[in-house]
Design a protein around this ligand. Structure first.
Ligand code: SF4
Ligand code: SF4
Length: 73
């Protein structure tokens, strides 16, 4: 599994970026994005991913790694 930000729901508030212990979240020109190579789903630190907990727009979801690769290469 990897975490994915739905850019259609993301309000670009920036709240998730500083919460990430892996520095996996970054901002592009038009969206916030999670680097699946850096994200470890907050393994060992939290029961639930920190980024998803702080997102008030419900824009961050778990996605199967295979599907992620299919969608994002
Ligand atoms: S789940 Fe954790 S490690 Fe992954 S992007 Fe969110 S805050 Fe960062
Ligand atoms: S916390 Fe949610 S709405 Fe805010 S930038 Fe992150 S994904 Fe987007």
């Amino acid at each position: 599994m990897a975490l994915f930000i739905d850019k259609n729901k993301c309000a670009r508030c920036g709240s998730c970026e500083p919460e990430c212990p892996q520095q996996a979240i970054f901002q592009t020109e038009d969206a916030f994005v999670i680097n699946p190579k850096l994200c470890n789903e907050c393994a060992g630190k939290n029961a639930e991913p920190l980024c998803a907990q702080v997102c008030s727009s419900d824009a961050i979801h778990k996605i199967k790694t295979g599907l992620y690769k299919k969608l994002f290469g």
